[in-house]
Design a protein. Structure first.
Length: 430
């Protein structure tokens, strides 16, 4: 995928990934077909052997998905990318592609509840152990988390819902010192506000369900490879990429597809083949519509987030506010470094009176709807302790930065004054 990285982020949002030829459709075609026709069996056989490039079955690849993956690849500044059926699938694939039974992961403890469950419980059952470290841990603590069988480090640029900012530079250096890649889930800031690859991340993942779609339309995910990690230099750690794959007649991914293509080709040809978590072409089309305005929407989400954070930080019924771009926030310095143009529209705050008051505030909101969602055009809110994070013990909750009285409010694209007056009247009533 040749990308023009000199273009502005907005131009890439609108135009990257698909360039129609003369007389071809202006909007990306939805290739609503499960399969593709070939003239000879031998021609199709070459695809099965990964000797030729092309489409043969939509469980592995579809042109519509590839146009959109190409756009996300250009936005993040990567060398290859793929879409998945969900953000969960993206994070699972990104880890499992290089970390199998007997492997070990170092992960930030401040991550999305679903990713925490995936690593702490489901992947543990597959024989993959995870050591969680606070994103604020000391260099010594981070160092101590690594083991000889560590295969990757994982964190979120802005953690959902704790809103901790990952020191990407520091985590990347630690990962690289141990010969493993850093995987960063960049869902919240999107590449409009932060491009983790520029700070040393090797693999970037997304729940495209959030801002990228942005309209609450389609669940989806994406994985982008920076092409910067030298698998061959650490061949003993990553045999899946550096030794023959018997399910493809002995192909060695890192040799055949190079540093820039090996990771995504392996994830597509093994994991998509076997797990089948493909995004539907129809969803990819919706996702692309969202991406076309991502650079226009993000500043408004951020402006609303900042206005709400400022309002809440001066409110007597509010104990604490987390918003990385708010001066005085614990993560303000990291936000200045990694998110100088804004982070996201999500604000977390704790009301005085804990869980009970939080529930009353939620019930009194009119414009802000209670939803298990964030990053939508419409403002929505959630009480994590009783919903997304309810499987966690109190200790795990605190480690993930989730207090019982915390409300996560995702500012949409409404007029700022309407949003503020809704929150004001809800706090007044509670
Ligand atoms: C929502 C979310 C996910 C999971 O994505 P789905 O599309 O819901 O599967 C992963 N990471 C982060 C940061 C998220 O916000």
């Amino acid at each position: 995928m040749a990308q023009d990285h000199t273009q502005g982020i907005g131009t890439r949002c609108v135009q990257a990934g698909y360039t129609p030829g003369n007389g071809e459709p202006r909007q990306i075609p939805i290739v609503q077909s499960t399969t593709f026709k070939y003239d000879t069996g031998a021609g199709m056989g070459a695809l099965f052997d990964l000797e030729a490039e092309g489409y043969f079955y939509t469980r592995l690849q579809n042109p519509t998905n590839d146009y959109v993956a190409g756009k996300i690849c250009a936005l993040e500044g990567g060398t290859a990318a793929m879409l998945t059926s969900s953000g969960q699938a993206a994070n699972f694939f990104s880890v499992f592609n290089i970390c199998e039974c007997g492997g070990h992961v170092v992960a930030s403890s401040a991550i999305y509840g679903g990713t925490f469950n995936l690593l702490a419980h489901t992947m543990a059952k597959m024989g993959i152990q995870t050591t969680f470290v606070s994103p604020d841990c000391s260099d010594e603590e981070l160092e101590a988390a690594f083991k000889p069988n560590t295969k990757c480090v994982l964190g979120e640029t802005i953690a959902n819902p704790a809103l901790a900012v990952l020191d990407i530079d520091r985590f990347a250096k630690a990962a690289h010192n141990h010969g493993v890649p850093l995987i960063v889930d960049n869902t919240f800031p999107t590449p409009v506000n932060c491009r983790p690859i520029e700070w040393g991340a090797d693999i970037v993942t997304h729940s495209t369900t959030k801002y990228m779609d942005g309209h609450g339309t389609a669940v989806g995910g994406a994985i982008v490879d920076s092409g910067n990690f030298d698998w061959m230099a650490h061949a003993d750690k990553f045999p899946g990429l550096t030794t023959p794959d018997e399910s493809y007649h002995g192909i060695v991914y890192a040799e055949r597809f190079g540093q820039g293509g090996a990771f995504i080709t392996k994830a597509t040809s093994q994991l998509m083949r076997d797990f089948g978590s493909i995004q539907s072409p129809q969803h990819a089309f919706y996702l692309n519509l969202g991406l076309e305005s991502l650079h226009v929407r993000m500043p408004q989400h951020c402006a609303n987030g900042m206005a709400l954070a400022e309002f809440l930080s001066n409110h007597p019924k509010v104990e604490s506010v987390s918003y990385p771009n708010l001066p005085g926030d614990k993560y303000y310095d990291l936000a200045k470094k990694y998110l100088p143009n804004g982070g996201c529209g999500v604000v977390s705050f704790c009301v005085t009176g804990g869980r009970a008051t939080a529930e009353r505030v939620m019930a009194a909101l009119r414009l802000c709807a209670i939803e298990t969602h964030v990053a939508d055009a419409r403002t929505c809110c959630l009480h994590p302790a009783s919903t997304t994070h309810r499987q966690m013990s109190d200790e795990e909750l605190m480690a993930a930065g989730v207090a019982p009285g915390m409300i996560r409010l995702s500012c949409g694209l409404e007029n700022t004054e309407d949003l503020l007056s809704d929150v004001a009247q809800a706090l007044e009533q509670a």
